[in-house]
Design a protein around this ligand. Structure first.
Ligand code: C5P
Length: 223
């Protein structure tokens, strides 16, 4: 029996990749499967929270009892997260958001020819950085960071530049970490400079520990 220690708390989770369309048949995306974000949504739901799961296109079944918001592009995801922000106690950004999108969407299929071709890309909005600006102090904001090198340095920079409370850092090159698998190896980074490395464990267990820590932080913020 799970303790309902998040009863009535409002948790917004993002999960999965985004797709940035080039034309009606092609898109840019990444290898995210959504498993980490879905595990967090499931765990928060079991603890009694009211969960909104903003999900990019994934092959996972929806999580029972959560408010599922399906999105495709980073711009769609931004709108859904900005809409959810004011009524969220927690925002947990596990999605792998595309950093760039094609500068132009071609209404008709791009035809091949004999020459090489290049595609102009423009920056997508950084959703986490934007909610870092718009947030209230009583809210807990958690970002994820996936790196292939200089994990702690890069992730510490994100913690500050994106104004979040916790970064969950994982190195794509560590065995048992990263996309697709059912396990993860993460280090939690906090604003006071402390770090908490977790062992290799299932994504459900990572989710449970992360929510323990975020809940403690949330309590410490309510005066
Ligand atoms: O800067 P980087 O993409 O490595 O940061 C990762 C974190 O920022 C993740 O929590 C991700 O969901 C979020 N992010 C975002 N919008 C973007 C890019 C990343 O919210 N355009």
């Amino acid at each position: 029996l799970t303790e309902k220690d998040m009863k009535g708390m409002r948790v917004t989770v993002t999960a999965g990749p985004t797709r940035e369309a080039l034309d009606p048949v092609r898109f840019l995306s990444n290898h995210s499967t959504g498993k980490m974000g879905y595990a967090i949504a499931r765990s928060a739901k079991m603890r009694g929270a009211e969960v909104t799961l903003v999900s990019g296109p994934v092959a996972l079944p929806p999580v029972d009892g959560v408010n599922m918001v399906s999105v495709t592009s980073a711009c769609d995801m931004r709108q859904a997260v900005i809409d959810a922000l004011p009524q969220s106690d927690f925002v947990i950004k596990a999605a792998a958001v595309g950093d760039y999108r094609p500068a132009q969407f071609q209404d008709d299929k791009i035809k091949k020819h004999d020459d090489d071709m290049s595609v102009a890309l423009v920056r997508n909005p950084d959703i986490l950085a934007e909610i870092g600006q718009k947030r209230r102090d009583d809210q807990v904001i958690c970002g994820f960071s996936m790196e292939t090198r200089d994990l702690v340095e890069n992730s510490t920079k994100k913690l500050k530049s994106k104004n979040c409370d916790v970064i969950v850092a994982n190195n794509l090159k560590v065995k048992g970490a990263g996309f697709a698998g059912d396990t993860n190896v993460v280090t939690l980074l906090y604003r006071d400079g402390t770090r908490e490395p977790l062992e290799l464990m299932g994504k459900g267990d990572v989710a449970d520990i992360l929510l323990d820590r975020l809940l403690a932080l949330w309590k410490s913020k309510q005066s």
